[in-house]
Design a protein around this ligand. Structure first.
Ligand SMILES: C[S@@+](CC[C@H](N)C(=O)[O-])C[C@H]1O[C@@H](n2cnc3c(N)ncnc32)[C@H](O)[C@@H]1O
Length: 303
């Protein structure tokens, strides 16, 4: 194991010195701009379309963006064909758009603002499924983002295709990009990257289970608080390999705050934006404990 890998593993369990107070900044029309220190290590509650415009130019080192998928599920409820119970999917209001045009417009505005907010050396990760990742990638390239890699997240416990009419979808795609072709001084920890993927080379296929067990946030009734909470292990790999301690990591659509939680556990700073009150509540609860990542055995996709 090389020196850089050892260092990162000690970071993982280092406790935060300060508890989180006044975590939430409620956005409103009265605020026309934010100073960086007002929003660093904060979750801004409101609409990313409004809030991103208020964040200063060139202020963050890494962006992780996990936007709505626009799954376009049918209006009727899907039943599992053999047991007749409902299929658990993403049918949340935040995933609904009228058309591809409306979805593209939304993504386009977010990507313009993110590009302005990224420092010159910063990189952007975007994750989605086949429903939208191609559209997002196309828009990114049209805006001059420069693709460095794509990573396939291979889910070791995917949700089956209950109707048996398609292949079970066991992957999501992450695009990793700089804001333009000339941005060369971005962060990439090649020795850490080699811990994952295939063989000794750090190939771009990560085998990680869906977020389950005690990591999964629940509501009062014991149901999942968020339908698409990402596993901490996914964010750990993203943040560890492509940022440095002390960096600022932006997540403009934070859900239940996996990005900020992992960023803090790894001694980075965060800015998160989320519009749904119940998820902001979930983040606040999550941060009642000192963010910490349990040491887990890292499995290569193929040894
Ligand atoms: C795919 S989920 C993100 C899940 C997150 N990565 C996690 O691990 O919990 C997308 C999130 O975007 C939020 N969202 C959608 N439109 C938004 C907007 N205009 N402004 C802020 N948040 C938005 C949704 O409420 C939802 O929580």
């Amino acid at each position: 194991m090389d020196a850089k890998v050892k260092k990162s593993q000690t970071q993982v369990n280092k406790p935060m010195s300060k508890p989180f107070k006044n975590l939430v900044v409620k956005d409103g029309q009265a605020v026309s701009s934010y100073a960086l220190d007002q929003i660093t290590n904060k979750i801004i509650h409101g609409d990313a379309l409004e809030i991103l415009r208020k964040i200063p130019d060139e202020s963050v080192d890494l962006v992780f963006m996990d936007p709505p998928y626009f799954l376009q599920l049918p209006k009727k409820q899907l039943k599992r064909w053999n047991v007749k119970s409902n299929v658990e999917g993403v049918d949340d209001d935040w995933d609904k758009f009228e058309s591809f045009e409306e979805y593209d417009e939304f993504i386009s505005i977010i990507l313009d603002e993110v590009k302005r907010i990224m420092r010159e050396h910063a990189t952007l990760w975007v994750i989605s499924t086949y429903h939208s990742i191609y559209r997002i990638g196309n828009i990114m390239q049209d805006k001059g983002y420069w693709f460095l890699s794509n990573v396939t997240w291979l889910k070791s416990n995917p949700m089956p295709n209950w109707l048996g009419v398609r292949f079970t979808n066991a992957t999501e795609t992450l695009i990793w990009a700089t804001k333009n072709k000339d941005a060369k001084k971005y962060t990439f920890k090649k020795d850490l990257a080699k811990k994952y993927g295939i063989g000794k080379v750090g190939a771009n296929v990560w085998l990680i289970p869906l977020c389950t067990g005690k990591e999964r946030l629940k509501d009062k009734e014991g149901n999942k608080l968020h339908s698409t909470q990402k596993p901490q292990e996914l964010l750990r790999r993203v943040i560890e390999t492509t940022s440095n301690e002390g960096d600022i990591v932006l997540d403009p659509m934070a859900g239940v705050g996996t990005t900020g939680y992992v960023a803090k556990a790894l001694n980075r700073n965060f800015i998160m934006i989320e519009k749904e009150k119940k998820y902001v509540g979930g983040i606040t609860k999550r941060f009642e404990q000192t963010p910490i990542l349990e040491e887990k055995e890292v499995k290569k996709t193929i040894e």
